[in-house]
Design a protein around this ligand. Structure first.
Ligand code: 5AD
Length: 356
């Protein structure tokens, strides 16, 4: 699909085209990855972060955040819930926490692998040696969103560390793949300063990198961040677009991105993300699964820490126990006639690459 065509599908608002896009994505999803839904238990292991991303509620300068890091026991007992619920994998996610020592993490990865689960890490930008050590410890997958393929916008919203050069997350993803990881990435939809052409290029990149997993969600403003306060945009050199070019951060736009991701990357694993479930608490998850998504990531973080991992406000399932979230996901799958998978949900895209 040409970039121009992707951009025009994003902009087009007539409901007929809309529904046919979703329908097409759903058929491709069924043909390529089937009716199974892969469940990844999400464990938010630390909200400590050295970065200062302009959009993110757990940015280091946000002094309102009470910081935490789970203990090894807390992580392992959260992972045990994934086994109990028969999920095939867990995702260990954190801010860029320098206190997560590479050896400590490697040891935890080994123990979780021994429980029979696939392990995805989402721990931000780290040294190559750490990525390698974790891969050797058995980590299967790594998630690192590139957030936007527009380098100027990326560097504005994701400032480099002091005295460091800007990073190229696409290079990091390729490096992770060469280490044998399945790689996942994605973008936020409707970042102030993001144009439809930017977003169309993002979607095209999913295919050319290529990604095994694609996670996207609407940008949700957090009042304790610079991006949540438009009067600070000038100070932060954020591009201001003509309103007709600015991507809107709506549930419909997020669903279109999921659908286009499925159409352009038929074999990818595509979650219906928490941000989609947040912006439409009633139906978001269901709609995502009806227009291309085939993965859900139920939150297994111990409930007392949930509120502290507030990357954006009113995050879905903040007050639901793991059991309650699990039950509500299962109910949605029953309503849709989709099958909860108990397997690892490995990347078909990766398997195809190996066969070549
Ligand atoms: N709105 C939406 N998504 C956000 N993320 C971080 N902050 C926000 C926000 N305010 C997303 C980023 C990050 C992922 C873990 O959460 O895309 O990569």
């Amino acid at each position: 699909m040409e970039i121009d065509l992707i951009a025009s599908s994003l902009i087009n608002n007539s409901s007929g085209d809309f529904n046919s896009l979703f329908h097409k994505a759903d058929i491709i999803r069924k043909d390529h990855v089937g009716d199974e839904i892969h469940l990844r238990g999400l464990i938010e292991i630390s909200n400590i972060c050295r970065r200062n991303c302009l959009y993110c509620g757990i940015r280091s300068e946000n002094m309102n955040v009470q910081r935490y890091r789970l203990t090894e026991d807390e992580i392992l007992s959260s992972a045990a819930k994934a086994v109990e619920f028969r999920y095939g994998s867990v995702v260990l996610q954190a801010g860029e926490d320098s206190g997560i020592k590479a050896d400590w993490m490697a040891n935890i990865v080994k123990q979780i692998k021994n429980m029979g689960l696939a392990v995805t890490l989402s721990l931000g930008e780290r040294d190559d040696a750490d990525y390698l050590l974790w891969r050797e410890a058995g980590a299967d997958r790594y998630l690192l969103r590139f957030e936007t393929s527009n380098p100027k916008l990326f560097n504005a919203i994701h400032p480099p560390l002091p005295n460091r050069e800007p990073v190229d997350r696409i290079e990091i993803l390729k490096k992770l793949r060469s280490m044998g990881y399945e790689i996942g990435s994605g973008v936020m939809i409707g970042i102030p300063g993001q144009s439809y052409t930017d977003l169309a290029r993002d979607i095209d990149l999913f295919r050319t990198i290529p990604l095994d997993m694609i996670g996207c969600g609407p940008y949700l403003p957090h009042p304790q961040t610079p991006l949540g306060n438009p009067d600070t945009y000038e100070k932060h050199h954020l591009p201001v677009l003509d309103p007709k070019d600015q991507v809107s951060a709506t549930v419909d736009m997020a669903l279109k991105v999921i659908a286009l991701a499925r159409i352009t990357c038929p074999n990818a694993n595509i979650p219906c993300t928490t941000a989609v479930a947040t912006i439409d608490a009633k139906e978001g998850r269901k709609h995502g699964l009806m227009c291309g998504a085939n993965v859900v990531m139920p939150n297994l973080t111990p409930i007392k820490y949930r509120k502290m991992y507030e990357i954006y406000p009113n995050k879905a399932a903040t007050y639901l126990t793991a059991e309650e979230t699990h039950e509500s996901v299962m109910q949605t799958l029953r309503e849709l006639g989709r099958i909860p998978s108990t397997g690892r949900g490995d990347s078909r895209a990766m398997m195809e690459r190996k066969e070549k």
